[in-house]
Design a protein around this ligand. Structure first.
Ligand code: PLP
Length: 368
């Protein structure tokens, strides 16, 4: 799709991505800073992100699926790649072929990888995931106590667990998880350990100790979203989204705008109609209705509130106070004035969902 016709221009700043990785890396210099690039690198593009992060100095990458591991391998021949969603039945060969390491979190997965390594004679490293209080993936503590001391038929290259509540610093669960993890680490004392996501990287200490261990696994923060609410963000925005104005019209006081007539204008209003909508990842919950404002776009430095419901391909914004706005202009949806977390907040969701929902029909460009 060329820039000439797209309804939205998505600009991805790989220099800001690299800068964020360096910032996060420097918070706990003794602990390696990996990069989580699952879900198409949180929407920005796996290959581009992996190449930029490798250039900045990242050597360890986490993805969710083998297909994503393949994209990272193509971007970097020497990256260490872990597959967080583990081992699908029969997938050992496919992972070994691209030198990706599964994160093994159940007895079945451990048995299957052990049998594969035995059968092929390969020295295939893998991570072990233990569950310290999230009940998602990973060996339960009892299972870990039973399985790990027996020794494994392959090289465990990482022992990891995942934090459930680290984005809410007052919660006691993070320290409980840290303490449980330290306890279970004794089962594989020689193996490097990893506990922190972005929140644990940005707030690296609990009352009981450090969350850094040997390796940290930030994801969303690399892409400019601050997962810990109410704290100043040290991160740079990575994603900019501008929408094309396709019509400007005057509307009288008392008229309603868009489907369902959800918002009735309280004064004569100049509306700009933008060529993007919920099909592009601008969530319907960001629309407005009477008494409930929605998200805000910006024309230059002037705020332009969303008016009425968001359509599949169109959004109306109020440009009455925005100076001259005309057909063919571009209006900021995400950028210097509206961060990923601000748009997420106006849509009742989180930065993760905004990033990973970014539309597929924008004109995309990479800078920096
Ligand atoms: C997604 C994920 C991360 C990264 O989390 P962020 O909150 O995006 O930093 C780290 N570890 C695991 C196991 C994950 O699933």
């Amino acid at each position: 799709m060329t820039d000439d016709y797209a309804g939205g221009r998505l600009t991805i700043d790989l220099g800001a991505l690299q800068s964020n990785w360096r910032t996060l890396s420097a918070i706990s210099p003794a602990s390696e800073c990996a990069a989580v690039v699952k879900a198409n690198a949180y929407g920005i593009g796996t290959a581009q992100a992996a190449r930029a992060l490798a250039e900045a100095g990242a050597t360890t990458f986490f993805v969710a699926h083998p297909s994503e591991a393949k994209a990272v391998r193509e971007a970097s021949s020497d990256a260490v790649i872990y597959v967080l969603n583990g081992l699908a039945p029969g997938a050992c060969g496919a992972l070994a072929a691209i030198r990706a390491r599964p994160v093994l979190g159940s007895r079945e997965e451990i048995d299957e990888w052990t049998a594969f390594v035995k059968a092929t004679g390969a020295d295939e490293a893998a991570a072990i995931h233990i569950d310290t209080g999230m009940l998602r993936l990973g060996l339960g503590p009892d299972e870990a106590q039973e399985l790990l001391p027996r020794g494994l038929g392959f090289r465990p290259s990482l022992l990891m667990s995942h934090l459930a509540c680290a984005d809410e610093p007052e919660r006691p669960e993070t320290e409980a998880q840290r303490a449980a993890f330290v306890e279970l680490q004794r089962l594989l004392p020689e193996t490097p350990a990893s506990l922190s996501n972005s929140a644990g990287t940005l707030l690296p200490k609990t009352s009981g100790g450090d969350l850094g261990f040997d390796l940290r696994r930030p994801g969303v923060s690399l892409y400019g979203s601050m997962p810990v609410a109410g704290r100043p963000s040290p991160l740079k925005p990575v994603v900019r989204l501008d929408a094309r104005v396709i019509q400007v019209r005057e509307a009288p006081s008392g008229a309603t705008v868009g489907y369902g007539g959800a918002e009735r204008l309280k004064r004569p209003t100049r509306l700009a109609i933008l060529s993007l909508g919920y099909a592009d990842g601008v969530f319907r919950a960001g629309g407005s209705e009477d008494g409930a404002p929605g998200a805000t776009a910006f024309a230059g430095d002037a705020p332009c509130p969303f008016v009425g419901r968001i359509s599949m391909d169109l959004i109306a914004v109020d440009v009455t106070g925005a100076g001259e706005v005309k057909r063919g202009d571009w209006v900021e949806i995400l950028g210097d004035h509206v961060g990923v977390d601000a748009l997420a907040g106006a849509c009742g969701t989180i930065g993760y969902e905004v990033l990973t929902s970014l539309g597929r029909r924008f004109a995309r460009s990479y800078v920096g």
